[in-house]
Design a protein around this ligand. Sequence first.
Ligand code: FMN
Length: 237
Amino acid sequence: MRTQNMTRRSLLASGSAAAAMLLAACGSARNQEQAAPEADEAQKVEAAPTEDASQAEAAPQQSAQGKILVAYYSRAGENYGNGGTEWLEVGHTKVMAGYITEALGADEYEIVPAQAYPEGYDACCDQAKQEQADDARPAIANPLPDVSGYDVVLIGCPIWWGDEPMIIRTFIEGVDLSGKTVVPFTTHGGSGLGSVPSNLQAAIPGASFLDGLAVAGTSVDGAQDEVVSWAKGLALA
Ligand SMILES: Cc1cc2nc3c(=O)[nH]c(=O)nc-3n(C[C@H](O)[C@H](O)[C@H](O)COP(=O)(O)O)c2cc1C
């Protein structure tokens, strides 16, 4: 389809990282039977949807092994992999976040957009690009977590056009992460961590950072051991 080709060509033109994504993209759709296990419901930071993330804050829950929060954005729906489109019932980053949450006994907070991103891959690419151009701060539907009780916050997202989705900016500007240890993680189609570590460091003054982990989205189903090993090896104390 022409629009798909245009969008993928545009991604390709945006840099070698995106080119790598297009060339390296491979994998299969994750259907409901294959969906990775969700983290323990009891560990999740529960919060009722609101129209404005600034309206309320969810109460923190202390994790079993320390005060660690895994916050992430992930998008289900149409994605691009293996040279074609695939349909994800569960987003790649959500799967990775689940591995980390379980490994660390952490609490989990999923960033839910007030306006869902398009399920269609090309439409999402267009919107993501526009949001970057506009330096947008897309609203978050669910109340932000009260991060005051956490020492460590892992922030996960897909790579979009080399960077984090702009809704990650909404999140990090909505909570006070100064004095915390922040650890990025991403899933991607070839860009690795992209500009996420440097962007987060610039946007979160007063935090200390540990090296992040990037997993190719299409490999995430087989990456649990790698992710768990990385998470457990983090110098969090
Ligand atoms: C709008 C959009 C832009 C993307 N841009 C890139 C990119 O620049 N580099 C890259 O490696 N992957 C890119 N990807 C691929 C995603 O990073 C990858 O599929 C990721 O695993 C998706 O995670 P999710 O399922 O948690 O949303 C892009 C995907 C979308 C939807």
